[in-house]
Each structure stands twice: as structure tokens, then as C-alpha cells.
Design a protein around this ligand. Structure first.
Ligand SMILES: Nc1ncnc2c1ncn2[C@@H]1O[C@H](COP(=O)(O)OP(=O)(O)OP(=O)(O)O)[C@@H](O)[C@H]1O
Ligand SMILES: [Mg+2]
Length: 221
């Protein structure tokens, strides 16, 4: 799709998502706390209002379970690329591409309240537009093994960016709401989230467009 440079509302972004007979997979990559899940849901809602069935398929559902991470001594690093089932994510993206519209494809979700993927998730079936959102959609295998195939399975991929102080504030807030003390939250953000953000930032130039929030709208570059 061709997005004009400038500031676009979510409604205008939705209008640029192409109409195709085959399924269209739009990726939204970006660092933790950038607002990917929020934008994906808003875009999905706008497409729905316009009579275009869309669904959000988050990468988050491919978090490895806590018992698996514990067994690998990786629980403290949860959120890093190798704490996800990248192979399962790639396989399910391929399945989404290969399955005709109308045939159900189950997709896992992540439940932040219990900090685990959910068994049920969502079922993609009649939707022509799938918004795939997550941190690691644009990585090369040199950056983290297992992720490089993702980009080729998406029709297009945006990168949602946000200034580092904004990310920091949002992530500290999230971790304190999740039960950490302010010190523990700051430590998690500095030691883990922002390191992941740096890795992700290296993939920014592989995006078709870079978006940054401006009020309720988005600047497109
Ligand atoms: N455009 C925006 N303006 C202000 N706040 C926002 C905006 N987008 C998201 N937020 C807020 O920022 C926080 C993080 O948003 P969100 O969960 O969508 O980020 P994310 O990129 O999906 O993060 P993660 O990678 O960790 O899943 C939320 O509290 C959300 O309400
Ligand atoms: Mg999210």
C-alpha cells in the first residue's frame, strides 16, 4: 500500500489497507510499549466499521510458558527473542497464508493477568485482513535465530516507534501495575525491556513505513 507522508488518523490509515481477494497480512512491529496492540485494535475496529472484516493476530501468544522458561533458567529474560516459540509463530503465519478465507485457523493470545498464553485464543476465519503485531517481526537471523522468515510471510510491515522516555514511563507503569515494586519495575525496564528495544530498533529500517503517534493520529515516514 502507499501511505502519504504526513499525519494520518486511524480512519485514514484503514482506508489505505488494500482490498484483496486473498488474505492481506499487515505487520505492526516496534519496541515494547510503543502502542502496537493499541493501534492494531483501533485499526481493526475502524476496518470493521467500514464493513471490512479484520482480526488482530498478536505475536504475544507465542510466549513460551513460564514452566518451560523456568526449566531453561530463562524466566528472568522473558520477552527476549528466544523466550518465544518463533518456529510455531512462523508455522502459523504460513498456515494463515495457505488456508483459504472461510476455513478456521486458531491463533493463541497472551493473557497479561496470568502472564501466560491462553489456550483458547482467537479463531481467524472469514477475515480478509489480519493485523499481525509484535516486537520481532523484522529481525534477521543474525540478530536472533528463527525470526527472519516472518517478514516474507507478511504483505507489508509498519514500525511503530515512540521516544525512549515514553517507552520507559509506560513500561515502568505496566510492571508496577503487574505487581512489581517501583525499583523492580525500573530494573526490569532497564535490564530487559530497553535492551530488547535496542535490538528491535536495529530492524526499523526494514519497515515499509515508520509511524509515530501524534495525539490520536500517527505521523507516517
Ligand atoms: N497513541 C498513544 N498515546 C498514548 N498512550 C498510548 C498510545 N498507544 C498506546 N498507549 C498506551 O501505552 C501503553 C502501551 O501500549 P500497548 O500495550 O499498545 O503497547 P505495545 O507496543 O503493544 O507493547 P508490548 O510490545 O509490550 O506488547 C498502554 O498503556 C497504552 O494505553
Ligand atoms: Mg502489545
Amino acid at each position: 500500500m502507499t501511505l502519504p507522508n504526513g499525519v494520518l488518523s486511524v480512519c485514514e490509515l484503514a482506508q489505505h489497507v488494500p482490498v484483496r481477494s486473498a488474505r492481506f497480512l499487515l505487520g505492526i512491529a516496534g519496541p515494547p510499549g510503543a502502542g502496537k496492540s493499541t493501534l492494531a485494535q483501533r485499526l481493526c475496529a475502524k476496518l470493521g466499521e467500514a464493513g471490512r472484516a479484520a482480526v488482530v493476530a498478536p505475536m504475544d501468544g507465542y510466549h513460551l510458558r513460564n514452566e518451560v522458561l523456568r526449566a531453561r533458567n530463562a524466566l528472568a529474560r522473558k520477552g527476549e527473542p528466544d523466550t518465544f516459540d518463533a518456529a510455531g509463530f512462523v508455522a502459523d503465519l504460513r498456515l494463515l497464508r495457505e488456508t483459504p478465507v472461510g476455513t478456521p485457523v486458531p491463533w493463541p493470545l497472551f493473557d497479561r493477568a496470568i502472564d501466560e498464553p491462553t489456550d483458547g485464543g482467537v479463531v481467524v476465519r472469514d477475515e480478509h485482513i489480519v493485523i499481525v503485531e509484535g516486537n520481532y517481526l523484522l529481525l534477521t537471523d543474525a540478530e536472533a535465530p528463527g525470526w527472519a522468515e516472518v517478514r516474507g510471510l507478511l504483505d507489508e510491515c509498519w514500525y511503530l516507534d515512540a521516544p525512549r522516555p515514553v517507552l520507559t514511563e509506560r513500561l515502568v507503569h505496566r510492571h508496577t501495575v503487574g505487581g512489581r515494586t517501583p525499583d523492580e519495575a525500573s530494573e526490569k525496564v532497564a535490564g530487559s525491556d530497553l535492551r530488547n528495544a535496542d535490538l528491535i530498533a536495529a530492524s526499523r529500517n526494514r519497515a515499509d513505513y515508520v509511524l509515530t503517534a501524534e495525539g490520536p493520529s500517527f505521523r507516517v515516514n
